[in-house]
Design a protein around this ligand. Structure first.
Ligand code: ZN
Length: 375
């Protein structure tokens, strides 16, 4: 692996950790704020309960005054009753006294109600006070914890930033710019290549790009996501485990209605993929350039089965795996999609490998590790 790539990977590691710490530091005040909000709610509740008690006390004083006023009224009526001359007057006074007594009873009922309420009001205040005390303690603890953790994180951050700066000096300037530009927009600036794919954006690489990354001679950037690409042989080895039995390549079906071929010598174009299909009683032929997937010339239609219709194309060509519907072929238009092109390239590679290892003459014998290593 190139030292630049190794440094970028270390840089990415440091960047990730820096981001994590920054997120963590930003998280502490949020947690404190949530408890503070709860605390404010409890405080408001307490104030409301205390306010209610005060209002009740004021009401109580008002009622007490009212009762003593009413009692004064009654004694005045009684005094007056001593001086009345007529029975009518006496009756009227008696009526006033009864009415005032009723008023006193009603006011006493209200006082009783206040006394009953006072009990639950008291409980409300006590509960809010207890809650407030607990929350205040919690918030102090949380603040203390946040202070401690923030200080720790800040210390780590400073160390990481210093380490990061030191790593940066070890990377080629242009490459570093590329990495940081992409990392800024995509969150990461470097991606592993595995199984012919950029693992970050999952797009298949062109064979040339793949080989370039694999060789590790110079740095390559993903065409699709612009991340710097690297190849880790240790990971690929794991991936390739199933393909130690590489001759497992599927055999193209002899009688398939669609057949793909590779030709190395097609006119001026040279290397091409041919797609021959049978439909009704006609055969069609499409020719694609193997590196770009570009359709070469027109689609040729002839009468009969493709074997009879295009014998000159088939003779000496390498049969490949591939089966797509007529609708798909039409939809592709003048260029093979990347996935199709890659699949054909891959199969061509496998077919060549197969031919070179001679396994096509003895398909049941798996390749021994020494042969595999030599190839
Ligand atoms: Zn990519």
């Amino acid at each position: 692996m190139l030292p630049d790539i190794e440094n970028l990977l270390r840089l990415q590691e440091a960047d990730k950790e820096i981001r994590r710490l920054q997120d963590e530091i930003a998280e502490f005040p949020k947690r404190v704020a949530i408890i503070e909000q709860k605390l404010a709610g409890t405080k408001a509740q307490l104030e409301k309960a205390q306010g209610a008690i005060k209002a009740d006390e004021a009401a109580r004083r008002k009622y007490d005054t009212a009762i003593s006023d009413l009692r004064g009224k009654i004694s005045k009526y009684r005094d007056q009753s001593l001086d009345v001359k007529t029975n009518e007057q006496y009756k009227a006074l008696l009526h006033e006294i009864q009415f005032t007594e009723k008023e006193i009873a009603a006011t006493e009922d209200k006082i009783l109600e206040l006394m009953v309420n006072a009990d639950s009001r008291d409980k409300e205040v006590k509960a809010a006070q207890a809650e407030l005390k607990a929350e205040t303690a919690e918030i102090e603890k949380e603040k203390e914890e946040a202070r401690r953790r923030t200080a720790e994180d800040e210390k780590l951050l400073a160390e990481l930033r210093a380490k990061r700066d030191q790593i940066r000096t070890g990377v080629d300037e242009d490459l570093l710019r590329q990495y940081e530009r992409v990392a800024k927009f995509r969150g990461s600036g470097i991606s592993e290549v595995r199984d012919h794919k950029c693992m970050a954006c999952q797009v298949m690489l062109r064979p040339q790009t793949y080989n370039e990354v694999r060789s590790g001679n110079n740095t390559v950037v993903c065409d699709s996501c612009q991340r710097v690409l690297y190849f880790n042989p240790a990971d690929e080895l794991v991936d390739q485990k199933p393909s130690t039995t590489r001759p497992k390549r599927h055999r193209p079906k002899i009688d398939a209605p669609q057949a793909w071929y590779y030709r190395a010598d097609f006119g001026e174009t040279g290397e091409v993929f041919l797609c021959l299909t049978n439909a009704a009683s006609q055969a069609s032929r499409r020719v694609y350039e193997i590196h770009t997937g570009r359709l070469i010339g027109d689609i040729l239609i002839r009468e009969g089965d493709y074997r009879q219709a295009f014998p000159e194309d088939i003779t000496g060509a390498m049969r490949l795996n591939g089966a797509w519907t007529e609708a798909e072929l039409d939809a592709w238009g003048s260029e093979l999609p990347m996935v199709v092109l890659d699949s054909l390239q891959f199969d061509l590679d496998a077919a060549r490998h197969e031919a070179a290892s001679g396994s096509h003459t003895k398909p049941t014998v798996p390749i021994t590790p020494t042969e595999q290593a030599a190839s």
